[in-house]
Design a protein around this ligand. Structure first.
Ligand code: ZN
Length: 255
């Protein structure tokens, strides 16, 4: 099988601050809108590839600033979720989407099982194996998984009022503390499992790594118009960092 990535292209993912000593481990599944050269933009225009269908706008900046603020290792994918979604079960139908938000993805139509496998082995598997290894290596010390995403301000004509949201699979003390710590800093309501909640048959990163490593985890979803430039993203990383400072000064969480 021909490698998906040419030697001139970046690896499937990057790990920043690998030896970070903080208790948080950051992941950013949808950090990039890059498409491997061989896939010819998947047949999409530059405008489509710069839109939210290809990536979580602004999420990488927030994650990168947080990695410094929390002294946290950060894993981020270097390729678009349109190539293969790192937060979907690779067996699921939308792992390699044939359309997104009503836009057909020409390069994903009718692809062979071999091509699906090539994308999985090239991009998805290395990313999750590396997260696995790090969480394994940290066994015996506190680790909290924080997954950074962003969402569009309007979807199918419906406005989303929350500037930021805490999303989780099951209610937990950790999620409650995040909600409280963020809400004390903000006048607008923090989304509580809105606009998304984590579902084990839809999401992948949190359900799978939580089950395997038993770490508390939440997803922070930030509205994209709040983080449309680096200065704004840095500001949000400070708010999130302040929330973590509040949380980590409270009684240790044993879940
Ligand atoms: Zn996302």
């Amino acid at each position: 099988m021909r490698p998906l990535l040419d030697s001139s292209e970046p690896d499937s993912f990057e790990l920043v601050n690998a030896t970070g000593q903080g208790d948080v481990v950051l992941v950013c599944d949808h950090a990039s809108n890059r498409i491997p050269i061989q896939l010819h933009t998947l047949g999409l225009s530059a405008q489509e590839l710069s839109s939210h269908i290809a990536w979580d706008l602004g999420a990488f900046w927030v994650a990168r600033y947080l990695s410094t603020r929390l002294d946290a290792p950060l894993f981020f994918s270097n390729y678009s979720r349109l190539v293969i979604d790192c937060n979907r079960n690779p067996e699921a139908g939308d792992s390699i989407p044939v359309s997104s938000a009503g836009i057909a993805i020409p390069g994903n139509q009718g692809i062979t099982p071999q091509e699906s496998l090539r994308r999985r082995q090239s991009l998805f598997d290395p990313y999750h194996a590396a997260i696995d290894r790090l969480l394994q290596a940290r066994a015996g010390r506190a680790s909290f998984l924080l997954s950074i995403h962003s969402f569009t301000p309007v979807l199918q004509g419906v406005k989303r009022p929350w500037p930021l949201a805490v999303c989780y699979e099951e209610a937990s003390l950790w999620a409650t503390r995040w909600l409280t710590a963020l809400q004390t800093q903000l006048s607008a309501a923090v989304g509580n499992n809105e606009p998304f909640q984590i579902e084990s048959d839809v999401d992948y990163t949190i359900p799978v790594h939580v089950q395997k490593h038993g770490v508390p985890a939440i997803m922070l979803e930030i509205r994209q118009d709040e983080i449309c430039n680096q200065a704004a993203a840095k500001n949000w990383s400070e708010i999130i960092g302040n929330a973590w400072q509040m949380i980590s000064s409270e009684t240790p969480i044993i879940e």
